[in-house]
Design a protein around this ligand. Structure first.
Ligand code: SF4
Length: 430
């Protein structure tokens, strides 16, 4: 899909555009300078003056007039302050308020049903999975993959597995911590393959990081659910390793998994999930699923849907299958109609919401240390809402006084209620 991004207003708006461009590209989409040839246009609007608001309105109208077929997403201050007016402008498909800006790409792809196959299996997920910020950084520890999942182009695009030496990773994490970063996410194309070329493994790397750095929080990015060594699970006894894993399932039907050439079938997947939940009942497990893989029958689809529902996930990243030249799956028989793929994807989106709410509710009453972020919403002249993340990656919102700042501090909160996109926290002692 071709995407055109346009901004009005301040430097912050420009910086956001840059972040969105990267995230769209990582999700397999292309950025174009020509609005007329785009399938999707994203506008970051401005309302700092009456004139800026007028320009924002005119820009939305012009973009739609010049390319009426493109989907149109509007974010920024004008859209946030004038939601109803923006929604009434012709061609606007989605408004993403300022409070959701850091999830604009994820929301756009999900709500406009545009999540298509990523260029490289697991890696792009990180960008929509985790927010980047002054308190959190990604550290890439590995590249390449030696497997051949039939939908994935990674082996062709990225080649052999290559791991960074342990000391390199430790040095980078220490430097980040020194700069004030409190949470590091380890990423790789095939993170579980870490060390295959060095003679060690991911567990060894985690142990070394936990013992040779003081980084308060260590998180793992997307991790294929195989090759996990026996001692991997007990690493989570150390509370600096966050109890959240994104384990790509791709399908909950074993026959589809076989056609995908996945190394982990549903029985092994379920065993891993059970083990993690036995270890910590609040463990958050999220996953990727492909809807409409070639040859997926109604029965296989139902099997997959039931498995996903019974397992229960904190978050589902849904990809609608699309053919990618160069992959084995592109030449498999039984390519499905777009209508069927779309229907299955919509069913999964509804299930994903249900499961997320259930996970939120299961955590009500619990107390967690929360790492608070910089984003704030002014509520009244005295109060503001700030957000942060628990170890198990629940997004918590809590109300504090306008003159307070808790950014980049870890302060406990008790979860008291559930909202659509976050849980409500009551702040403990500072
Ligand atoms: S394990 Fe499969 S899906 Fe993941 S990167 Fe390797 S080939 Fe791609």
């Amino acid at each position: 899909m071709k995407i055109h991004l346009k901004t009005l207003g301040c430097r912050l708006n420009e910086a956001e555009l840059e972040t969105w461009a990267q995230a769209f590209q990582k999700s397999g989409h292309q950025i174009t300078r020509q609005p007329e040839s785009a399938n999707l246009v994203v506008i970051n609007s401005c309302a700092v003056t009456q004139d800026a608001a007028r320009k924002s309105r005119n820009l939305i109208r012009r973009i739609h007039r010049d390319n009426p077929h493109a989907k149109l997403v509007v974010s920024g201050c004008y859209a946030t302050l004038n939601q109803a007016e923006t929604a009434s402008l012709m061609g606007v498909d989605l408004i993403v308020g300022n409070q959701d800006k850091n999830r604009l790409v994820e929301k756009t792809l999900a709500e406009l049903n545009m999540d298509s196959m990523p260029v490289m299996s697991t890696e792009p997920g990180e960008f929509s999975l985790f927010t980047r910020g002054r308190q959190r950084a990604f550290v890439k520890v590995q590249d390449g993959c030696r497997y051949r999942c039939t939908f994935c182009i990674v082996t062709i695009a990225r080649g052999d597995e290559m791991s960074r030496p342990v000391q390199d990773v430790i040095d980078e994490i220490n430097a980040l911590h020194h700069q004030g970063i409190n949470e590091v996410i380890l990423t790789g194309v095939h993170l579980g393959g870490y060390g295959s070329d060095l003679g060690n493994n991911l567990s060894d790397l985690i142990k070394a990081i936990l013992s040779k750095t003081d980084i308060p929080r260590l998180r793992l990015g997307s991790l294929e659910p195989w090759e996990l060594s026996e001692d991997f699970f007990e690493l989570f006894d150390n509370h600096r390793l966050m109890p959240h894993l994104h384990l790509p399932l791709q399908s909950g039907s074993d026959s589809v998994l076989r056609r995908m050439a996945r190394r982990c079938k549903t029985k092994e997947f379920a065993a891993i999930v059970n083990r993690l939940r036995e270890q910590n009942s609040c463990f958050n497990i999220s996953t990727d699923v492909i809807a409409g893989f070639p040859g997926e029958t109604d029965l296989e689809w139902q099997e997959s849907f039931d498995f996903i529902k019974n397992t229960g996930f904190g978050h589902l990243h849904i990809f609608t299958y699309s053919r990618r030249e160069g992959t084995k799956a592109a030449s498999l028989p039984g390519q499905l109609d777009d209508e069927i793929k779309k229907r299955r994807s919509q069913q999964l989106h509804a299930l994903a919401n249900e499961m997320k709410q259930k996970f939120y509710e299961a955590n009500v009453g619990n107390e967690f240390p929360v790492l608070w972020e910089g984003y704030r919403e002014t509520l009244t002249k005295d109060t503001q809402r700030v957000y942060g993340y628990t170890p198990n990656y629940l997004r918590v919102g809590c109300v504090i006084n306008n003159d307070e700042s808790i950014e980049n501090r870890t302060i406990g909160a008790r979860i008291t209620a559930v909202c659509e996109d976050y849980v409500v926290g009551e702040l403990g002692d500072k």
